[in-house]
Design a protein around this ligand. Structure first.
Ligand code: PRP
Length: 216
């Protein structure tokens, strides 16, 4: 199918924040109508006229929730959020944007202690990682500015995403262990994937054409 099935309106959940601009650029490259409202306004629901499309702007961690419950048919979200939220959604495509890495980081003079503490926005990912390493740690959940924790003695180490490395560097922290690579994914609601297969396939096809062939 080359264009959206007119009877199948699709709601796309987009993540506000770090990957938003790159994701919007990706949509534009895929030929989707991206209105100024999506980029500039404070509106959270943005219908695209004559395109059977609607965007909702969500906090990145909530994107898989909206998609699991079907209030969004598809969503654009980082693999970090998917690994942490463990929502029941289909992961359709790796969009190969929003590159970063999930790392353990700490102060350069970090030394193992008897009751190590790890601060993170990603408690599930961190717990899973240290369990696999056979290390017992206490995981402390924070909601942002995680780099602060080792600097002021709240935790020995952090688990966080690193993109340019600038935040770590400017706060005197170093990368210690690599957990996994992170990219942005296209996800779909399980029912939408069946009931709106034409529209979902159409979006996925358009997105696939933007992903360079060599890395698809
Ligand atoms: C992420 C991450 C780091 C920073 C890394 O935070 O938690 O703090 O980006 O990026 P860098 O390696 O390019 O410096 P984000 O900007 O998503 O904001 P938050 O801490 O408010 O969640």
């Amino acid at each position: 199918m080359s264009s959206l099935d007119r009877s199948q309106k699709l709601t796309i959940a987009m993540p506000k924040g770090r990957i938003f601009e790159e994701a919007v650029h990706f949509l534009q490259q895929a030929g989707l109508q991206v209105t100024a409202e999506l980029q500039d306004s404070r509106k959270l629901v943005i219908p695209v006229e004559n395109a059977q499309l609607e965007f909702i702007l969500a906090k990145p961690t909530d994107v898989p929730t909206y998609v699991e419950y079907g209030v969004a048919d598809v969503g654009v979200v980082g693999k970090d959020v998917l690994l942490e939220e463990e929502r029941d959604v289909y992961e359709l495509l790796d969009l190969q944007i929003g590159y970063c890495r999930m790392m353990v980081a700490g102060m350069p003079d970090w030394k193992p202690t008897e009751a190590p503490r790890v601060a993170t926005k990603y408690p599930k990912i961190a717990s899973r990682y240290f369990r696999e390493q056979g290390q017992q740690v206490e995981v402390i959940k924070l909601n942002g500015s995680v780099e602060l924790a080792p600097m002021i003695g709240l935790a020995d180490r952090i688990v966080d995403i690193v993109s340019t490395g600038r935040t770590l560097k400017e706060n005197g922290l170093i990368e210690l262990e690599h957990i996994c690579e992170i990219t942005t994914r296209l996800i779909a609601n399980r029912a939408s994937y069946r009931m709106k297969s034409g529209a979902v396939d159409d979006i996925a096809q358009k997105f696939m054409e933007v992903i360079p062939r060599s890395i698809r």
